[in-house]
Ligand binder design. Sequence first.
Ligand SMILES: [Zn+2]
Length: 219
Amino acid sequence: MQTCKRCHVQIRGDKRVCPLCGSPLSGTPEKSPFPILKKRIFTRLLILRTALFLMIAVLIILPVMQYFAGRPLPWVPLAMISAVIGFADISFTLYYRNNALKTIHVQLYLGIFVCLIVDKFTGWHRWSVTWAVPAIFLGLIAGTILTGLILRAALQDFVLYILLDTLLSAVQILFLCLGWNTNPVFAVCSIVAEILFFLGILIFRWRDFKSASERYFNV
Ligand SMILES: [Zn+2]
């Protein structure tokens, strides 16, 4: 136990000076009564900086490799885009780490983007628009509902996500019109299912939708 001669207080732990008056202490210091927390080595900022550095490194090194190869390397653009998407993904996940629904949405929308790009750079066989994109949109709706149920959220807390998914899945109509789908059945079923599902919510759970919209748009 250490003692301050001026304040006449006893101080536990190992202090250099009296915390009240700043005078030197007498007596023998003891082990601190409070646990010493180890500093976290991997902070969010460090992860973000590392990801940023790796992305920039890839964006610089690959064009240099391309230059020395003297011929176009077909995988270079894909690898560079992947680096940017990977960085965006890590940033979004760190930023929205407390919001499971936002994280799922950002991940899967990025997934759609990645599928389209990979398909494009690997010969454009259109498996992305024909199979992957409709499946991801269906998965988004199922995932949103499941997450809502697991988190025991009220429908009004996640109904706007379902609206967003339904509206964005309509972009597939554009793909269909452009003739990108080698087999349009799956995409058409996916769009119809989502629109029906959302209309069902509007008709049966109108109040949830209305209160969510009011809260979101401050009407
Ligand atoms: Zn003192």
